[in-house]
Design a protein around this ligand. Sequence first.
Ligand SMILES: [Zn+2]
Length: 159
Amino acid sequence: MKWVSHQAVTGVLAYAVTSDLLFTAGAIFGAIAPDKIEGKREGLFSIGWRSRHRGWSHWAVLYVAAFFALLQYFNIEDVQGAILNENSPVRLLFAFLFGALCHIAEDALCGKVPTVTPNIKWGVRLFKVGSLREYVIVIVIIIAIYLFKNRTFLSFFFL
Ligand SMILES: [Zn+2]
């Protein structure tokens, strides 16, 4: 997926889940983090890019572990409260991790991502990155999230 697609899908999903603009902004930053961590395909840091591509930077286990480490460190029992409370010290970090996990799930729709280890990968290839099909699928996902969020609107038609 192109970064704009990652950011659009993740941003819409984050806002649908939290109805919070700051959380959404943090998630949009996280939505490109795995690729930023991975480094560039061209230029000075391109050496070994192929082997690093969608390696440990795209390993969901690390982001989930970071989430639990934050829970432990800040002694958080109420996760929803920590996400929605404006004074929560970890609110933006949670948003960032949420965005990164969305990125990995989205990448699994157009190639393979790590599963139980960084080297055991899984994914489907619904579209080629940057293709028209990618943008159509992104729009369909966004509409699906919108409709799911507004279920009462749907029930008007289906009941
Ligand atoms: Zn990626």
